[in-house]
Design a protein around this ligand. Structure first.
Ligand code: NDP
Length: 255
């Protein structure tokens, strides 16, 4: 274990029970990190914790008081936070003229305001670590507009702005701040998008999945493991000069 590059480091992952968060857990654990896994549903977190080790902590990241308590629970179990992976997020699609203030607040609250709150809750620890890492799971929607998801694209553009600003602000410290920007990934979030498209358009599930898959220039969904791998790479001590990056994993969509 001591030979592993992240041995002894504490990684806290929001949304760590499914999809990209679970893949990040696998790759960070393989590199030796201790894991704290946060999400609203305890059961998927426990499944990941059983597979890769770690502490499952129930936390709705839109609840500020709960974030503080959950981060303290994580510190109690695994020590100060060295690596923070801000991954929890939700997506919805709706034509702009039907978008409600509630829907806007739900998306911005989960994808952007909670990212601010989680970052602020960990920043003291991250700055004390000799290789602090903050990684945001942003999106190609951080880089371009998305029809029928203006709130989602606005939240992810904001997330990238937060990421780059913190990278610039802390450039002289041992903390790096980076974002990964995936295209459509093979996760439960995409399954939900397929179901939504199928319901709204009356297309079969297979047709809806094919339409979404073809929005990636590669014509295939991104493997969540590929994103977990890049997240773990960004956390390595050797990656200390990667700061303020927006790494696309979209099969060439944003090329
Ligand atoms: P999942 O739906 O599998 O993951 C989302 C995770 O976020 C779930 O584990 C969910 O757990 C957690 N979550 C959602 N809301 C909250 C909340 N309020 N508090 C705590 N946890 C929450 O999909 P992905 O793995 O695909 O999504 C992960 C990230 O990747 C998201 O930020 C998403 O925007 C981004 N992304 C996804 C893409 C895709 O095509 N799938 C493309 C680009 C970016 P629980 O429900 O138990 O709370």
């Amino acid at each position: 274990m001591p030979d592993l590059p992240l041995a002894g480091r504490h990684a806290l992952i929001t949304g760590g029970g499914t999809g990209i968060g679970a893949a990040a857990a696998a790759h960070l654990s393989a590199a030796g990190a201790k894991l704290s896994l946060l999400g609203r549903r305890l059961e998927p977190l426990q499944v990941v914790a059983e597979s890769f080790g770690g502490t499952a902590i129930q936390c709705d990241v839109t609840d500020s008081a709960r974030i503080e308590a959950a981060f303290n629970e994580a510190r109690g179990a695994n020590g100060p936070i060295d690596l923070l992976i801000v991954n929890a997020g939700i997506a919805e699609s709706v034509p702009f003229h039907k978008m409600t203030r509630d829907g806007w607040d739900r998306i911005i609250g989960t994808n952007l305001t909670a990212a601010f709150e989680c970052s602020r809750a960990a920043i003291g620890d991250l700055l004390k670590s000799d290789n602090g890492r903050l990684v945001f799971v942003a999106s190609v929607a951080s880089l371009r507009g998305v029809p029928y998801a203006a709130h989602y694209a606005a939240s992810k553009h904001g997330l990238l702005g937060l990421s780059r600003s913190l990278a610039a602000e802390y450039a002289k410290t041992n903390l790096t701040v980076n974002s990964v920007c995936p295209g459509y990934v093979d996760t439960p979030m995409t399954d939900q998008s397929v179901a939504r498209v199928s319901q709204i358009t009356g297309r079969s599930d297979a047709d809806a999945r094919s339409a979404i898959t073809n929005m990636n220039a590669s014509g295939r969904l991104v493997d969540p493991e590929a994103i977990g791998n890049v997240i773990a790479m960004l956390c390595l001590p050797l990656s200390r000069d990667i700061n303020g990056a927006a790494i696309t994993l979209d099969g060439g969509t944003s090329a």
